[in-house]
Design a protein around this ligand. Structure first.
Ligand code: FES
Length: 298
């Protein structure tokens, strides 16, 4: 961005001041100068003004609330007619002599219409850089079982017996076989053991080892409990989402992996930790976790 025009304030004064840095000091300087009648360009390299103080709870040594100090200045800077905020911008060069400087500012693209931004955060959730384009889901699974699946389900039921007490082992075997519980299989179990479908579904949804959605051959669980979170488990999830092209909770298109984020796997000493099927992988970096995936073939 380059401007050679003489800046003029709302009350007609000529001259402008450039303040570099939108922390609390930069904001206060801008407000004082703007109140004195100068046009102020406030340059901040981060996407928003506020600086480090916006990250603090209390300030030393008075223990004052940081946001109580900062918020009024944020509001005043935001609405002062003499302050032009240049966020996500950097000063590239400053030439000239006192009284007549010329500044070159690099303003980075935000890829959103700033005037329309309400701070809702939707652009982060739908970022085109981090997320791939949304693709229509594949055809839904058929409700009925294929003849070979029906034969296999019947075999499993016969192996454990047509009794209500056999439901859990039957569900386990079917889930292990197909990596989920196809609706037709649940219906067949209900019929075979003589229990209402709602009872079978209640059991199937109680245990998280069962899934009513198709799962991949290998189930990846990354712990986002407190210990793992502070050790960067979130970055592992983000990296896997990118590598596998699937969101947490989803299954890859080739049904090789299902990625899940869970809370505390009960081995916090290994944080950040995740499991793939029954294997525990602790103290992992995102890159190490991606490498481990090679050990789980399609
Ligand atoms: S917090 Fe991750 S295993 Fe406990």
């Amino acid at each position: 961005m380059e401007t050679t025009e003489e800046a003029r304030t709302t009350d007609g004064k000529v001259g402008a001041v450039l303040v570099v840095g939108g922390g609390v000091a930069g904001m206060q300087a801008s407000l004082d100068l703007a109140e004195s009648g100068y046009k102020v360009y406030l340059v901040e390299k981060r996407p928003a003004i506020g600086g480090a103080m916006a990250q603090l709870d209390k300030t030393f040594p008075t223990n004052d609330c940081a946001m109580c100090t900062l918020a009024p200045r944020l509001v005043d800077c935001g609405k002062h007619p003499n302050i032009e905020k240049l966020t996500y911008s950097e000063l590239l060069a400053l030439d000239g002599t006192p009284g007549r400087f010329q500044a070159r500012i690099l303003k980075r693209a935000r890829s959103v219409v700033e005037g329309k931004c309400t701070g809702c955060g939707e652009c982060m959730a739908n970022c085109l850089v981090r997320n791939r384009a949304y693709l229509e889901p594949e055809e839904p699974e058929p409700l009925d079982l294929a003849p070979d699946q029906l034969a296999e389900v019947n075999r499993i039921i016969a192996e454990h017996g047509n009794r209500p007490s056999s439901i859990v082992p039957v569900l386990q075997d079917i889930n292990n076989k197909y990596h989920w519980l196809p609706p037709g299989a649940v219906g067949r179990i209900s019929e075979a053991v003589g229990l209402p479908l709602a009872r079978v579904l209640r059991i199937a949804t109680f245990y998280n080892m069962f899934s009513l959605q198709p799962r991949g051959k290998h189930l990846i669980r990354i712990c986002l409990g407190t210990a793992c979170h502070v050790k960067g488990a979130g970055r592992i999830v983000e990296r896997l989402e990118r590598e596998l092209d699937v969101k947490a909770g989803g299954t890859t298109r080739d049904r090789r992996f299902t990625l899940e984020a869970v809370r505390c796997l009960g081995c916090c000493g290994l944080a950040p930790v995740g499991t793939i099927n029954d294997d525990v992988h602790g103290k992992m970096t995102p890159a190490q976790f991606v490498k481990v995936l090679d050990n789980y073939p399609a």
